[in-house]
Design a protein around this ligand. Sequence first.
Ligand SMILES: C[C@H](CCC(=O)O)[C@H]1CC[C@H]2[C@@H]3CC[C@@H]4C[C@H](O[C@@H]5O[C@H](CO)[C@@H](O)[C@H](O)[C@H]5O)CC[C@]4(C)[C@H]3CC[C@]12C
Length: 820
Amino acid sequence: MQLKRPLGEKLSDGHCPAVLLVCEQRYFRWWLKKTRIEKKPAFIDLLCAVPLQQIYGCPLGGIGGGTITRGWRGEFCRWQLNPGIYHYETVIADQFTVCLRCKGQTVYQQVLSVERPSTLQGWNWGYCGHYAFYHALYPRAWMVYELPGQNVVLTCRQISPVIPHDYKDSSLPVGVFIWEVENGRDEDVDVSIMFSLQNGTGTKEDRSGGHWNEPFTFEKEGERVAGVLLHHCTHVNPFTFAISAREKAGVVVTHLTAFNPAGSGREVWQDLLQDGQLDSSDGKSNPTEKGEVTAAAVCASCRVPAQGHRTLELALAWDMPCIHFGSKEKLHLRRYTRFFGSGGDAAPALSHHALTHYEEWERKIEAWQKPILENSQLPSWYKSALFNELYFLTDGGTIWMELPPDCCTEDLQGPAGSGLSNLLPVLQEYGRFAYLEGQEYRMYNTYDVHFYASFALIMLWPKLQISLQYDIAVAVVNEDVQPRQYLMGGQTAPVKTKNVVPHDIGDPADEPWQRVNAYLIHDTANWKDLNLKFVLQVYRDYYLTHDSLYLRDMWPVCQAVMESELKFDMDNDGLIENGGFADQTYDAWVVNGASAYCGGLWLAAVCMMCKMAEVLGDAEIQQKYMDILRKGKETFERLLWNGKYYNYDSSGSNTSSSIMSDQCAGQWFLGACDLDHGEFEVFPKSHVVSALKTIFEKNVMGFAGGTMGAVNGMRPSGVPDTSSVQSNEVWVGVVYALAATMIQEGLVEEGFRTAEGCYRTVWEQLGMAFQTPEAYREKKVYRSLAYMRPLSIWSMQLALERRATRAPAPAQPSQVPLHP
Ligand SMILES: C[C@H](CCC(=O)O)[C@H]1CC[C@H]2[C@@H]3CC[C@@H]4C[C@H](O[C@@H]5O[C@H](CO)[C@@H](O)[C@H](O)[C@H]5O)CC[C@]4(C)[C@H]3CC[C@]12C
């Protein structure tokens, strides 16, 4: 699971060349107005794409409190403290430095960084990378430093509190660094680890003036931590960093309240060099002047006996309790404030909690990961992919907020109201959760994509998935009649139509939840997949959680969106038709008439409507959907089945017979809910297996020698479908979902082979660790770094667990009354 760093060929961001060709006047005009006249950031900025840097490692922080990503070389380099807003900058002062002393003399002092920066030149930089090793298994990482010529080995364990089914510590904005020191010498060594940090995140605000630092200690239940608080006093979203270490017998913690990270840093270096400790003066630093930056350091020291071993425990916490999104209309409180308060003074308590609870976190993480890591039948790449792809749940611009204390149901539901009886209790207890479609596609909870990623949430933090679904349900029943022009077709239509699922819950640079549908490429009221994906998730969630209150609340919403969807069955043959534009998640790939993707999702959703109606004892609705299902199944087979697989669509166009890798998406969800056999069989087993085998032969093995996953669309002749900019892309999250479907259908080897191509391409060949993109092409092109969809890998795990246990369905169709 060690990350390798072959930097490979230069890649280009997939959308740029194509986009500048076509778009793209409409997009360009919109972009100019948005960024130059309104002076606001574009929700997708095709003209200023984030440059690819193959540097990232495991991020720090729990869920929804902001994240700080460290690179695999140890640098602090990707920042998301303002919710959903990314800033990519390596802050050079943010370092760990080691000092070794023998018999009262410093024998070695080294910044543990391979950099040779132009600032802090009084420090000893340029650690030789050959002596360091990086491993990541999210939410943990390990860095091993064999100090050259010293016979001392340092291992830093970096741990963030990301713990399945934990809704308290998982929300904390902290990370710990546990330094194990092994002394291979025949004499005692005094070892110090200094942690230095700039007051800020490397933006121009670091120089805006008024920032200041102060030392602190915090003691509770006989445990004491000490360090420095760095108060970052910006007008919007001010915060406090705390760097700290745990004091215990034999460990001395010292600090330096302030130093200039833009200078030579000589005074810091000498201070440490002298005695392996920092000066530890009392008192606050002066607030910075405009243009000035400041930094601080904490140092933990201990004596390590000859051939002995000791541990030094350090932490980073950040406290930004109250946040404004870009519009600054409303003040929101982060989830962790319910445990640590919202006064902006929680950093010492957070540090203390982290340093006194990390062992418990490690135990819990270990207990969760161990059965998978120790399963010798699973390949190593899969173990790495499964856990490391989870980074996006925290580092997807994620926010986890409290509801305002005085919030009532009406505030949440908007003018439409919806009778969601459990809405308020769920949101009050578990808060509000959102994550971005991608770090470059700045929309919260993009729903057509979340459909894929949602497996991670429902399996690991089911209450967050339930909470997210309530938010979507509220958005369904509300509308926003404001007209606007859509970029793809140029037509004008309302922002949000009633009784349809929104594309997304809004842009964090605006006011999410308040204003949904930041996406203005298409009017998604006419998309065919969104409503169906809601129904499929509702039943899947119920099946996995047995939460019948949730099912009951969602039932009217499912009926409403299915009623909207029924309008797309224009010829009343039981099957919806696509509209001749890219009216689904493949938003640049036109579909016309009946289609394997949307038609398959439709039949699966109709099947789940029958099942939910049965569970809820709603005979009338059950009958209605059973009739539709009977007709629709026949139509689907007649219009799309070609003897080997389901055609892309029924339009009879040149590419109608393309083989779509995602043609079994409906079956994927049915299988995950055990609704794929007996009376519930929607797609004939033999057809599903034949389609999957064809995809494996053509889209996987017939593409890039079987080494890059499955291309979205393949012509039966064996060449990729180039009819759209997305048909010849590979979508990593779709590939993991396809692999899960294969596993569900017993094509286990094929499933692993398929998924392995994506993992190896992204994490090994392209060097895109911790920034898995939405898409890549066979050669040199990728699109949308750090994307939501690949979290679908958790559906592979669900499929595997099912196979292993062959458990009967957890939720039997016991009757759940419609009204309590
Ligand atoms: C505006 C252009 C058309 C103008 C015209 O017709 O006159 C568009 C033509 C191609 C578009 C780009 C296609 C790729 C990206 C798609 C992305 O949408 C999000 O991505 C997911 C698919 O990867 C989708 O599932 C999700 O729901 C979407 O939020 C938006 C950016 C694109 C680069 C897109 C931009 C507009 C076009 C250039």
